[in-house]
Write a protein that binds this ligand. Structure first.
Ligand SMILES: NC(=O)c1ccc[n+]([C@@H]2O[C@H](COP(=O)([O-])OP(=O)(O)OC[C@H]3O[C@@H](n4cnc5c(N)ncnc54)[C@H](O)[C@@H]3O)[C@@H](O)[C@H]2O)c1
Length: 325
């Protein structure tokens, strides 16, 4: 039996694949390499396939049968909020259309367990800082909407048939488990600040008048290796779980402000950073922090690595990448 990982050549997927390979689990990766890279995957075969392709479900079912797959971890998606606002139908095609094809293949190949990459973006801008999974999801952009539709599809599919599934709502993912697996895209606070630093530019902070202790936005940062471990915990849980479908926050329950993260980057890099403050972005909540009780209780998972370890590992990965460039 093996695990099929879609998007396994991406930032998070490559960590999941490496942990599975280290654990001795046979893995097959499916990725169109649109944002991923072949050299992020070792120890597992990689099948190049665009999941939105008209024949993707057939191809995927063939791959699943050929590799005796009984579980899928589905990470492949597009994840840029701004891009999703500009190209909503393309985002639906990528994230929802891709998942439809994967679920068709699940049906044809008789796959039993499924772990889905969802996002805290499904919560939108809730009226409370700390959210558990019972908070009504109200995404505020097409990216978050595609993730919520994905959750609904899984909920509905697991109501009939034998599939058992878990949606993992990731909070703010950063860091690197290995220097060569750092996040190659500057889309989260840590990588954006490092990227700007490299170009001699100041970090830009959106809003300094939030109702938070230092006035900047507060988020829940989770180390990518802790997050990858959560996928393995979910897979193991689904082996025995009879519930069919569940949603889990993947966050630490702790939080840091934008300025605290920047200070941590200054500390690990030894460089002085002077933030430039600009207007808030529309829709940005002051604080968004996970209540991780459910995943701790049901999957026995908790984020073990600190903000300091997250930033230090991201810095190491950044130097690795810049050194290679
Ligand atoms: N990084 C984060 O902070 C974060 C937060 C919440 C949720 N997520 C979700 O986690 C998942 C992985 O994110 P990531 O940060 O590793 O992004 P990433 O862009 O590094 O990885 C996505 C991978 O999927 C592949 N892919 C994309 N579209 C595809 C398609 N149509 N067919 C086949 N492969 C395709 C890409 O080539 C890439 O390897 C995504 O579903 C994303 O929405 C990420």
């Amino acid at each position: 039996m093996s695990v099929l990982v879609t998007g396994g050549a991406g930032y998070i997927g490559a960590h999941v694949v490496r942990l599975l390979v280290e654990r001795g689990t046979p893995v097959v990766v499916v990725d169109d390499l649109s944002t991923g890279a072949r050299d992020r995957v070792s120890g597992a075969p990689l099948e190049a396939l665009d999941l939105t392709d008209a024949r993707a479900a057939d191809r995927l079912a063939d791959i699943a049968r050929a590799h005796d797959v009984d579980a899928i971890i589905h990470l492949a998606a597009k994840k840029q909020v701004g891009e999703s606002v500009m190209r909503p139908s393309w985002y639906y095609r990528q994230n929802v259309g891709g998942l439809v094809n994967v679920l068709d293949a699940v049906d044809r190949a008789g796959i039993e367990r499924f772990v889905f990459s969802s996002s805290a973006a499904v919560y939108g801008a809730p009226d409370r800082a700390i959210v558990d999974e019972t908070v009504d999801p109200r995404p505020i952009n097409p990216y978050g909407e595609t993730k919520l539709v994905g959750e609904w599809m899984l909920r509905d599919v697991t109501r009939v048939g034998d599939l058992r599934a878990a949606s993992l709502r990731y909070f703010n993912v950063a860091g690197a488990g290995w220097p060569e697996l750092g996040d190659p895209q500057a889309l989260n606070l840590v990588t954006i600040v490092l990227d700007r630093m490299e170009r001699g530019e100041r970090p830009v902070v959106f809003g300094r008048d939030f109702d938070t202790p230092d006035g900047t936005g507060i988020r829940d940062y989770v180390h990518v290796l802790d997050l990858a471990e959560a996928h393995l915990a979910a897979l193991d849980h689904l082996r025995h779980d009879r519930a069919g479908y569940a949603v889990f926050n993947v966050g630490t329950g702790t939080s840091a402000s934008v300025l605290e993260v920047i200070r941590e980057i200054e500390r690990v890099s030894g460089r002085r950073l002077e933030a430039e403050f600009v207007e808030r972005r529309e829709g940005d909540p002051a604080s968004l922090i996970a209540d991780p009780t459910r995943i701790r209780t049901e999957l026995d998972w908790h984020g073990r690595r600190s903000l300091r370890e997250i930033v230090a590992s991201a810095w190491e990965a950044h130097r690795h990448r810049v050194g290679r460039a």
